[in-house]
Design a protein around this ligand. Structure first.
Ligand code: COA
Length: 345
């Protein structure tokens, strides 16, 4: 059976660092509250003029360089914050990477986007539609946050992480294992932007301004996130014919530190196995696993031959997990320069 094998990894983050104290300057919050509840000390937000597509192009370029190729058969962009509601962001990203003509589409599974995007890429390869795929998780999540909502503004952040996959065999290092995915639409209200879509537009009434921003019922989300991430991680290992004892490194979606710790504990993993960058990246939604893979690889935290366990949870609700053996590769990561429009002000 054809497998999809990871051969390149790259990430790109915006230049602007937003600290907890920066947020406490205009919100009723504190560095102490944010650190103790989320484990986040700072995050990166785009300046005006920088978009999800800009981050995706930079991350995609680095992943292609990491894989040693300059073209793929298909581009998938997983995002909650497309450059425009229509069309998808992926075709423009593909063209900006010099690949006009290739298959290109977006996937929206909010914070599970990286794993749903990965499944889409794996599917393209398994079906013979593509021999090589560039899958990019990218978010300019700060652009949908209500600046006055302290419960979301402190958590979410911007960035892009990308992987290149090629057709290969299931026993090669880098081969993506069975991907477990799930959803529960009865809880779609827990994480949402109420306005801007067909339901609100067809009502023919103006939505209140706050309905155009991202909203989250954090406490309820927390409980579901821990349960679903742990259960899907266990299921992915069973489907791969493995046990938790086979896991070297745990690479969870960077929702927040308390969620990662709680899931790790449920899985019986020791804290040293858990890879994390949420303290300085925040929650970059669909980008977080890709950014974490690239950064941990660049920093020497991930080693070739280690078995990774990936799991994520997000709006929808959606969740998922998979496993792979980390391949020998050189990952790349960059901080984008400030956009000209931001430098001018
Ligand atoms: N600073 C200070 N106080 C804050 C705050 C902030 N940034 N955000 C919320 N609060 C307040 C609330 O208003 C509430 O005040 P009240 O008791 O007077 O009503 C109090 O803190 C407790 O709020 P609550 O939401 O119950 O806190 P919590 O302990 O559950 O922590 C989260 C809040 C968001 C950190 C937590 O629910 C969480 O981690 N949820 C998961 C969110 C997440 O990671 N989502 C992404 C999934 S992909």
């Amino acid at each position: 059976m054809t497998a999809a094998v990871v051969t390149g990894v790259g990430a790109a983050i915006p230049p602007r660092v937003v600290t907890n104290d920066d947020l406490a300057g205009y919100l009723d919050t504190s560095d102490e509250w944010i650190r103790s509840r989320t484990g986040i000390a700072s995050r990166r937000w785009v300046d005006p003029g920088m978009s999800t597509g800009d981050l995706a192009v930079a991350a995609g370029e680095l992943a292609l360089r990491s894989a040693g190729i300059d073209r793929v058969d298909a581009v998938v962009v997983a995002t909650t914050t497309p450059d425009r509601l229509c069309p998808a962001t992926a075709p423009e990203v593909a063209t900006r990477l010099g690949m006009t003509g290739v298959s290109a589409h977006d996937v929206n599974a909010v914070c599970t986007g990286f794993l749903y995007g990965l499944a889409s890429a794996v599917g393209l390869i398994a079906a013979g539609n593509a021999q090589t795929v560039l899958m990019i998780g990218a978010e300019a999540f700060s652009t949908i946050l209500d600046p006055q909502d302290r419960s979301t503004a402190v958590i979410f952040a911007d960035g892009a992480g990308a992987v290149v996959l090629r057709a290969g065999s299931p026993d090669e290092p880098g081969a993506v294992g069975p991907i477990v995915l799930g959803s529960d639409g009865s809880l779609s209200d827990l994480i949402q932007i109420p306005a801007g879509g067909s339901r609100q537009r067809s009502a023919g009434t103006l939505a209140p301004p706050e309905d155009h921003f991202f909203q989250m019922r954090g406490r309820e989300v927390y409980r579901h996130a821990v349960e679903r991430m742990a259960a899907s991680a266990q299921e992915a290992m069973v489907k791969a014919g493995l046990s938790m004892a086979d896991v070297d490194k745990f690479v969870p979606h960077q929702a927040n530190n308390r969620i990662s710790v709680a899931v790790g504990e449920r899985l019986g993993l020791v804290p040293a196995q858990t890879v994390s960058n949420v303290d300085h990246m925040g929650n970059t939604a669909a980008a977080s696993i890709g950014v974490l893979l690239a950064e941990a690889s660049v920093d020497g935290e991930l080693h070739a031959g280690e078995r990774l366990l990936l799991t994520a949870f997000g709006g929808g609700l959606t969740w998922g997990a998979t496993t792979l053996v980390w391949p020998a590769l050189t990952a790349h990561m960059t901080v984008l320069p400030r956009p000209v429009s931001a430098v001018a002000v």
